[in-house]
Design a protein around this ligand. Structure first.
Ligand code: DGT
Ligand code: CA
Ligand code: CA
Ligand code: ZN
Length: 567
């Protein structure tokens, strides 16, 4: 977490410097950020050993800034720059097609500081007149402002969950604390979350509040009360802590897990049964019923237990009333991971290192799916390299016990729908993934047909990150998804749930639609480092939020049956 945070701050400095018109330093900070991001060791340890300056791209000046970030959780230099410019960089960057250079132009020429300014200027057609902008760009900016508004201020689940779990662990260590649970959108595993909601039971509320508001990771205390406190963490996210009676714990947990919409529907059902539901439990005629678990409360309302991931008022209440909820895929049900990268393209580790890490994680099989020729920036492999890699994998399979490495590839779907690797090579591989990495802006029909052509290639097994969206960064390509789901089912080409924190692609809603169409899906991490293998949990969470059962996901199968499916 520390490494990521340091890298984030260094990148932010680069952005601000760029807006100030600095020519060279932005590049230096970005380079340093990349160095920190790709470290396999904790930056704190490197600092302790006084070896920061030995890292590539990190000189005395940047090393001092990193030390300040590690020591204090923030950086004076950046805070000053933020005050000086008062530009809402994060939300502006969330607008599609806008980078630091454009923000500088918009600020210098039109005084744009935030999304409202941007929208006003676009509507007045002031943007199209700027150098290098044009009518099309202006239109695209207007279209994606809503997207940016919706996203700014929210945090990726994948980066917030570990912070929340750390808080939970720290609170559990307190002797006076009995039970701790993360609630809210994190418990529901929503892809982005607004804050970290935590619930505890204790008979020493004051002591817990004192601890919570003075933890090392607290930047700012917003409020401190007997049963409720809120703080801003140094990770730049708010956390709310609520203390309840032991007996009320699960009733309150039910309420604080939400979603708000689900809560409202459940309250209506209670009313229909002559009961009242609130954050203290279920009441009849003013008297609290002695129901102390979520399960008991659901049961008394005539419903099946609804897993937190389903509580979004998307039909789960009706299904629970009718006893028709699916039995969701479990967090331990996967046997393998079919997308990851090695040093053969843009991964950080050798195939052997990835395989051993995956085995230790508990997988029975993995596929190594490096990029191919067209993707030069990601070190795409030539056909000779693909064949050489195949040999290496065969040797490793003889050498390493306890995991089977499948020979895979992530081929590019070219703008005409063909792949950038010959069929003669693809047919000898175990797993062929195809995906779009360029030409995102084609029209809906072209993009849809590109993916369909790839699915119709009999060598292709999986379409990776099918919609190309990046949360808070890039909208999905314009696709006729329903058609893609149908062809996926007919051709037995499996769509991926990519588990990477900013992808989660297919999304929960699209997973549900795909399954309703009869598609089978695959959950992969797209790991570029062994440290990414853990993101598989996010993919599983997305599958669960999309109502997926174990049988809907092909990598729950043992290898023999999986291979049959691919042939
Ligand atoms: P977030 O933080 O925006 O990602 O979403 P949540 O769902 O975590 O929302 P949050 O933190 O505002 O509140 C936590 C839970 O508390 C929410 O999921 C349901 C419950 N809650 C909050 N406000 C209301 C409300 O006005 N009515 C009802 N019925 N429940 C509420
Ligand atoms: Ca929340
Ligand atoms: Ca909250
Ligand atoms: Zn990819």
């Amino acid at each position: 977490m520390k490494n990521q945070k340091v890298a984030k701050i260094l990148n932010e400095i680069a952005n601000f410097l760029e807006i100030k018109g600095d020519k060279y330093r932005p590049r230096a900070y970005r380079y340093a950020a990349r160095t920190v991001e790709s470290l396999s060791r904790d930056i704190k340890d490197i600092k302790k050993q006084d070896k920061l300056e030995e890292l590539p791209g990190i000189g005395k000046n940047i090393a001092q800034k990193i030390e300040e970030i590690i020591d204090t959780g923030s950086l004076r230099y950046l805070e000053d720059m933020k005050k000086e410019l008062s530009i809402e960089l994060k939300s502006l960057l969330a607008v599609e097609g806008i980078g630091p250079k454009t923000i500088k132009l918009l600020y210098d020429e039109l005084g744009v500081k935030n999304l409202d300014d941007l929208e006003r200027m676009a509507k007045r057609h002031r943007i199209r007149r700027l150098k290098g902008m044009g009518e099309k760009t202006e239109k695209r900016i207007l279209e994606s402002i809503e997207f940016a508004r919706k996203n700014s201020g929210r945090n990726l689940l994948g980066y917030t969950l570990p912070i929340a779990e750390n808080l939970k662990n720290e609170l559990m260590l307190l002797k006076v604390v009995d039970r701790v649970e993360i609630a809210g959108s994190i418990r529901r595993r929503k892809e982005t979350v607004g804050d970290i909601d935590i619930l505890v039971t204790t008979n020493k509320a004051q002591e817990v509040m004192n601890f919570f508001t003075s933890m090392e990771n607290v930047e700012n205390v917003i409020s401190k009360g007997k049963t409720k406190s809120s703080v801003i963490l140094k990770d730049n996210i708010e956390s709310d802590l609520r203390v309840v009676d032991n007996k009320l714990f699960e009733a309150t947990l039910l309420y604080f897990t939400g979603s708000k919409e689900t809560n409202i529907e459940m309250r209506k059902i209670a009313i229909k049964k002559g009961l009242k539901l609130n954050d203290y439990g279920l009441f009849k005629g003013g008297k609290r019923l002695n129901l102390n678990t979520e399960k008991e409360i659901f049961q008394r309302l005539g419903m099946e237990f609804i897993e937190p991931e389903l509580r979004e008022n998307r039909g789960e209440i009706e299904a629970a009333m009718e006893g028709k909820l699916p039995e969701l895929i479990g967090y331990d049900d996967l046997r393998g991971d079919l997308q990851m990268h090695s040093q053969w393209s843009d991964g950080y580790y050798s195939i052997e290192e990835m395989a051993i890490a995956a085995r230790d994680w508990g997988h029975d099989y993995i596929a190594i799916t490096d990029h191919t020729g067209l993707l030069q920036i990601a070190g795409g492999m030539s056909e000779e390299e693909i064949m050489a890699q195949t040999k290496e994998i065969e040797q490793l399979n003889d050498k390493i016990d306890g995991i089977k490495i499948l020979k895979g590839i992530e081929a590019n779907i070219k703008s005409n729908g063909e792949l950038d690797v010959e069929d003669g090579i693809l047919k000898d591989l175990d797993v062929v993934m195809a995906s779009i990495h360029s030409g995102f802006r084609q029209d809906k029909e072209k993009l849809t047909n590109r993916i369909i052509s790839a699915m119709e290639n009999e060598n292709v097994n999986i379409i990776a990150h099918p919609t190309g969206r990046k949360i808070q960064e890039r909208r999905a390509y314009d696709l006729d998804l329903q058609k893609i789901f149908e062809v996926s089912r007919e051709t037995n080409t499996f769509l991926e749930i990519n588990s990477y924190p900013n992808r989660l692609d297919l999304s929960d809603i699209n997973v549900k639609r795909a399954i309703e169409t009869g598609c089978k899906l695959v959950i992969n991490t797209d790991s570029h480092k062994k440290e990414h293998l853990k993101y598989i949990k996010l993919g599983i969470a997305t599958a669960r939020r999309g109502w997926a059962k174990k049988g809907d996901i092909i990598n729950t199968l043992p290898l023999r049956r999986l291979n049959k499916l691919f042939n």
